[in-house]
Design a protein. Structure first.
Length: 163
């Protein structure tokens, strides 16, 4: 599940709602003023680049049952030629909890966004590598992956042959 809005946008929207309720009680002219005052902030919060809203093709490929296995791997490798692959959790887990908490407290908002993006890609990398491993036995010569129904038939056939 992808979080397309983010907590910052929800906080901004909630704040606008409370301000509008307050201003509606005090007069319409203030409300109109507040709308024009807050509009640039709302627009910039919505238009900020979000890595979740348009994931790379290799991330989309995992959720597409008609994906070509070889094309998905090619997209994955092509993506990481131009991006720095995030560290695995194992590397991060060697740090103490207090050390990590202390480090997080020193991060700027920009660095926190970068950290969230790294976390997102770390998760997607692990997910893709699991996807590759799980689907490899069912890949046909043309890169097509057997459907669940085809896999079931293959399993049933192997069970009959064992008897």
């Amino acid at each position: 599940m992808h979080d397309t809005e983010g907590p910052d946008l929800r906080i901004l929207q909630t704040g606008i709602i409370y301000i509008m309720k307050y201003l509606s009680q005090t007069g319409i002219s203030r409300a109109i003023f507040a709308i024009f005052l807050l509009m640039p902030f709302a627009i910039s919060a919505q238009s900020s680049k979000n890595y979740n809203t348009n994931p790379p093709d290799w991330v989309k490929a995992m959720d597409n049952p008609n994906t070509n296995y070889f094309k998905a791997i090619k997209e994955y490798e092509k993506f990481w030629k131009n991006h720095q692959k995030p560290e695995n959790e194992e590397v991060l887990m060697t740090q103490g909890v207090e050390q990590v908490k202390k480090h997080i407290r020193t991060l700027s908002k920009r660095e926190i966004r970068q950290q969230r993006e790294q976390d997102y890609y770390r998760y997607q990398c692990k997910r893709f590598e699991n996807w590759m491993r799980e689907n490899k036995p069912y890949v046909q010569d043309d890169g097509r992956i057997l459907s669940p129904e085809e896999r079931l038939k293959l399993w049933e056939k192997s069970q009959k042959e064992r008897q």
